[in-house]
Write a protein that binds this ligand. Structure first.
Ligand code: AP5
Ligand code: MG
Length: 190
């Protein structure tokens, strides 16, 4: 019955924590980044366009990501959704609000993982080290990370205020250990 958004800069641990919550708390994860990477892997023309946008660290058009989110929510009967990497701007946040209203669902918490920006380069480096060398994310390099960070600060940052005004926002120190962050999230949602 709990719906959660995990918010934070690139490398803050959104995907890591979402996957743990799927295991431990039976959430259904909707990650726009993962869904977009699948579209890229499909090799379609649309996938090639999306690939270029992701490799540049820019945002994929709202229309596409909102359509993906609505389709995931319609085809999965979960009572516990965790949104990883969505919304990323005010238009997406409003579209999610409308979807919740239409389905008589409630957004319970927006968990913001706070990590100092100069830590994120090391996070991305450790993810590269953890990855299969033939399957490193194309946006995991310093140049694209800097672009993703600048998009986060300019375009995604305002949604923090949007959710704060709705009394949904909870800030967590994302620089604690993975286990400690999980423990805090579980305390909040239960
Ligand atoms: P997306 O895939 O969402 O990437 P991101 O936001 O840049 O975030 P990351 O996935 O890089 O980091 P994360 O926070 O998940 O960290 P992780 O858990 O992996 O988006 C990619 C692109 O897709 C975007 O740039 C855009 O082009 C497009 N896109 C996606 N959503 C969109 C949307 N809604 N609208 C438009 N476009 C969209 O952790 C990173 C590393 O740190 C790992 O190695 C992990 O093991 C480690 N780690 C995690 N937590 C800790 C900890 N507490 N202590 C130590 N290490 C830790
Ligand atoms: Mg991720």
């Amino acid at each position: 019955m709990t719906n959660v958004i995990i918010l934070g800069p690139p490398g803050s641990g959104k995907g890591t924590q979402s996957k743990i919550l799927v295991e431990k708390e039976s959430f259904f994860q909707i990650s726009t980044g993962d869904l977009l990477r699948k579209t890229v892997e499909s090799g379609s023309e649309e996938g090639s366009k999306i690939q270029r946008i992701m490799e540049n660290g820019e945002l994929v058009p709202d229309e596409k990501v909102i359509e993906m989110i609505l389709s995931e929510m319609a085809t999965n009967n979960s009572k516990k959704f965790i949104f990883d990497g969505f919304p990323r701007n005010i238009a997406q946040a409003k579209a999610l609000d409308n979807a919740f209203k239409e389905k008589s669902m409630i957004l319970d918490f927006v968990i913001l993982l706070e990590v100092k920006l100069d830590f994120l380069e090391n996070r991305i480096k450790s993810r590269i080290a953890e990855s299969d060398p033939n399957n490193v994310r194309k946006d995991d390099n310093l140049e694209t990370l800097n672009k993703r960070l600048s998009v986060y600060q300019k375009i995604t940052y305002p949604i923090i205020d949007f959710y704060e005004k709705k009394n949904k926002l909870v800030r967590i120190d994302g620089m604690d250990s993975i286990e400690c962050v999980t423990e805090k999230i579980i305390q909040i949602i239960n």
